[in-house]
Design a protein around this ligand. Structure first.
Ligand code: NAP
Length: 502
């Protein structure tokens, strides 16, 4: 760990930290009001850079979950009837206010999740963009009018809000994983109950406050952190008044929720885990590939569903790629995300730190070479040293499991078919990255990859204007882009009999 902070910078950061913690609401947000949990319970929110408690937040009990759904159900009809232009304007105002308050939101995220402040600010900008994008989409939810082939019937299709929606979000992007769902739901006219991860509830509670300020009516957005997710969510998922579940999180939890939702055939969107391959061909611009690798691997300390998990590099450039990547990893600055200059913050908790350590040990026990790093950082806090592993055998666990840490395992391939076969050799299918200069190869490889998204010569694919989502065990549904609205509307067809006038 080698971070340092100038005295002035430290004082400003300390002030911002105290202000953020004193301003953030810590209750449950139900029907436009802040309240304590009905059983008085709280969750301690921890700073992963120190292991110390930042603050306590109300933890919803079963009855609080029911109250949140009651509020969403009661608000649904009026909200659906609110003019699309009004809903769009509320979203636009939310975009502007979120952007204006980016320092506050970034500080909350860094404190509760660990990512460096600059990256947290990047998430605020990215997260706010979903409000801007869907403010523009709110007024473009259209239908279709046509004449049936027999000429006797007119066919009218309309798209209507799906209705009260439950949103469950993970800890790794506390803001953007919420706005990616809340934006299109508001645009479409759905009400919602949002359950943020218990490790990172502060950002979403602050967002509830902001949404109220820009005019979201009571009951439309309800936010209920809880320390007993299963107990509180199951009655909501099985309540016939709920019309949709949208989940971002791990594949095992996603599968369990799909099973729970099957009883009432709930509409479901699942944004689940990934195991992204990062392919570097022999004709790739290696500087660009290493830049892309740093982005794809190190954003969020590797704790991203889109994180490059397996580096598949042509054997003729693998040594050079490994050398350059190692130099870049060694230049990273590890430390608390609030410190000036830090580029790699702590992992979320001790469990994640141990998991990453085990994955590295498993790879080395199977013959992988450590080019740099390989160890957890010194405590307090859950740091891990940026790591590059070379000659990683395909059987290593690091190739099968999501690493969720700053570890880059490299293996080699000798031809394009083998590269694609290695890339597709996973049950996940979220994103793949490809670095090559060849147009034909780009098209052939992109077509052969079994992933929902492919980045060509770029280490990041997330874009509010594009449909984000996976195939296979990375889930189903798309967030963002014009497609994003489809998750929150039902298509209704009206057949109009029009007898011939003669
Ligand atoms: P997680 O353990 O699956 O938790 C996700 C959310 O589900 C949290 O809010 C969690 O609440 C809640 N939850 C857990 N058990 C539940 C249950 N039985 N019933 C209802 N809710 C339950 O995932 P995570 O560790 O927070 O997030 C990391 C995972 O998310 C990774 O696999 C990552 O790849 C994936 N992810 C995917 C995308 C994507 O777009 N595809 C984006 C980001 C992250 P608690 O906090 O209370 O446990």
């Amino acid at each position: 760990m080698n971070s340092r902070t100038a005295p002035n910078e430290a004082a400003t950061t300390a002030r911002l930290r105290e202000t953020a913690l004193s301003q953030v609401p810590v209750g449950l947000f139900i029907n436009g009001e802040w309240r304590n949990a009905s059983d008085g319970r709280t969750i301690a929110v921890e700073d992963p850079a120190t292991g110390r408690t930042l603050t306590d937040v109300a933890s919803a009990a079963i009855g609080d979950g029911a109250a949140a759904l009651d509020a969403a159900v009661a608000a649904q009809t009026e909200w659906a009837a609110t003019p699309p232009r009004r809903r769009g304007e509320i979203l636009r105002a939310a975009f502007e206010l979120l952007t204006e308050r980016s320092d506050y939101f970034a500080m909350l995220m860094t404190l509760e999740m660990g990512k460096p402040l600059a990256q947290a600010k990047g998430e605020v900008i990215y997260g706010a963009e979903f409000f801007r994008w869907f403010s523009e989409e709110a007024v473009r939810i259209d239908g279709r009018w046509s004449t049936a082939p027999d000429g006797k019937t007119r066919l009218l299709t309309m798209r209507q809000p799906v209705g009260p929606t439950l949103m469950i979000t993970p800890w790794n992007f506390p803001l953007a994983m919420g706005t990616r769902k809340i934006g299109p739901a508001i645009a479409a006219g759905c009400t919602m109950v949002v359950k943020p991860a218990s490790q990172t509830p502060l950002t979403m509670l602050a967002l509830a406050d902001l949404l109220t300020e820009v005019g979201v009516p009571a009951g439309v957005v309800n936010v209920i952190p809880t320390g007993t997710s299963g107990q509180v969510m199951t009655p909501l998922i099985t309540d016939p008044r709920l019309r949709k579940l949208t989940f971002t999180g791990s594949t095992p939890v996603g599968k369990a929720l799909v099973k729970e939702s099957a009883d009432q055939l709930l509409r479901v969107s699942m944004e689940l885990g990934g195991n992204a391959p990062f392919l570097v061909f022999d004709d790739a611009d290696l500087d660009a590939a290493v830049d892309g690798a740093m982005l794809a691997k190190m954003r969020n300390m590797g704790e991203a569903c889109t994180a490059a998990n397996r580096f598949l590099v042509h054997e003729s450039v693998a040594d050079e790629f490994g050398r350059r990547l190692t130099a870049r990893m060694e230049a990273e600055v590890v430390g608390p995300g609030t410190h000036e200059g830090v580029t790699v913050g702590p992992l979320i908790d001790a469990k994640q730190q141990n998991k990453v350590t085990d994955l590295v040990n498993d790879a080395t026990s199977r013959g992988a070479d450590v080019l740099t790093g390989g160890q957890p950082g010194n405590g307090p806090g859950y740091f891990f040293t940026p790591t590059v592993l070379a000659n990683v055998p395909q059987e290593a666990n690091v190739f099968r499991e999501e690493i969720f840490g700053p570890v880059a395992p490299i293996t080699t391939f000798s031809d394009d078919d083998k590269a694609v076969q290695l890339a597709n050799d996973t049950e996940y299918g979220l994103v793949a990255y490809v670095f090559t200069a060849g147009l034909e190869r780009t098209i052939r490889v992109a077509e052969s990859l079994e992933f929902g998204m492919v980045g060509i010569n770029q280490g990041i694919v997330s874009n509010p204007a594009a449909p984000f989502g996976g195939v296979k065990q990375s889930g189903f549904g798309r967030e963002g882009g014009p497609e994003g609205i489809n998750e929150y509307v039902e298509t209704k067809y009206v057949g109009i009999n029009l007898p011939s006038s003669s």
